[in-house]
Design a protein around this ligand. Structure first.
Ligand SMILES: NC(=O)c1ccc[n+]([C@@H]2O[C@H](COP(=O)([O-])OP(=O)(O)OC[C@H]3O[C@@H](n4cnc5c(N)ncnc54)[C@H](O)[C@@H]3O)[C@@H](O)[C@H]2O)c1
Length: 250
């Protein structure tokens, strides 16, 4: 089950989990993108389901999990809480509505959807909860204040939930990428009036490996963390950052 499954990274994750033989449910609030993703990923596959859900609404999260259990014929084994929205610009200029929506989706939405999912995962087979973080889960960044606060919250959830859920057999890990080109990235760049191509080139140059990761890199990490190869990995925030958090580079 992947929330934000109609977006750039979520769609790649769905594809990689399908390739690995998993039964996949994608959930999203954007119904147009959800239908597009469903068609692109293989509407005819009996391994794929698409369900509408706004993760900021606990009742919808609960319904999503119940519908998913029906689609899957049992409890969830893997839940990727991926849906999130960007925030960019100075806090001096930010509107209350914008601040609230970032915290509502990125923090409360992640918590409500993870809570509903965990009630199913505890009955799953080698269950795994994956939460999407960011470079801003571990580092600050100017003009990303509210987003940084929201993604540091994800790092806290990974740690506390891994301790709380370990005795229930549920592993909890985070995946934290640096910039990946998706609609999310373009919106963040446009919000501050910058050019997406220039921003990507600048980001690549700022990284020790000189390149930025892509959605497939993220998806491969998700499949690995959900697999038995990661059976003893829990409580970790796995950075996909081309070296960004290793230290000062230039
Ligand atoms: N793209 C990047 O550069 C980047 C870098 C680091 C972390 N991330 C993280 O990746 C996630 C965004 O993924 P993406 O880059 O594929 O972006 P995206 O915008 O392509 O996809 C995000 C999806 O989440 C959905 N969504 C938004 N609010 C929702 C809600 N309330 N309920 C359900 N679904 C909702 C959107 O409709 C969209 O389909 C976020 O959690 C973000 O913090 C992205």
């Amino acid at each position: 089950m992947i929330t934000g499954g109609a977006g750039g990274i979520g769609r790649a994750c769905a594809q990689h989990f399908l390739n690995a033989g998993a039964h996949v449910v994608i959930a999203d609030t954007d119904l147009f993108a959800l239908e597009q993703a469903f068609q692109q990923l293989g509407a005819n596959s009996n391994l794929l389901h698409a369900l509408a859900c706004d993760i900021t609404q606990p009742a919808q999260c609960q319904k999503l999990i119940e519908q998913s259990e029906q689609c899957l014929g049992g409890p969830l084994d893997i839940f990727l809480a991926h849906a999130g929205i960007p925030f960019s610009g100075s806090l001096l200029d930010a509107q209350e509505k914008e601040i609230r929506s970032v915290i509502e989706v990125n923090v409360l939405g992640t918590i409500f959807s993870a809570q509903a999912a965990l009630r199913s995962l505890v009955h799953g087979r080698h269950p795994t909860l994956l939460l999407t973080g960011s470079l801003q889960s571990v580092m600050g960044r100017a003009e990303r204040s509210v987003y940084t606060a929201s993604k540091h919250a994800i790092a806290g959830l990974v740690k506390s939930l891994s301790l709380e859920m370990g005795p229930h057999g549920v592993r909890v890990n985070g995946i934290a990428p640096t910039v990946i080109e998706t609609p999310f990235f373009r919106q963040a760049v446009e919000n501050i009036g910058a050019d997406a191509k220039e921003a990507l080139e600048k980001s690549a140059k700022s990284l020790p490996l000189g390149r930025i990761p892509n959605a497939d890199d993220f998806a491969r990490m998700a499949v690995f963390l959900a697999s038995d190869a990661a059976i003893n990995i829990t409580g970790q925030m796995m950075m996909i950052d081309a070296g960004a958090t290793a230290g000062k580079f230039n």
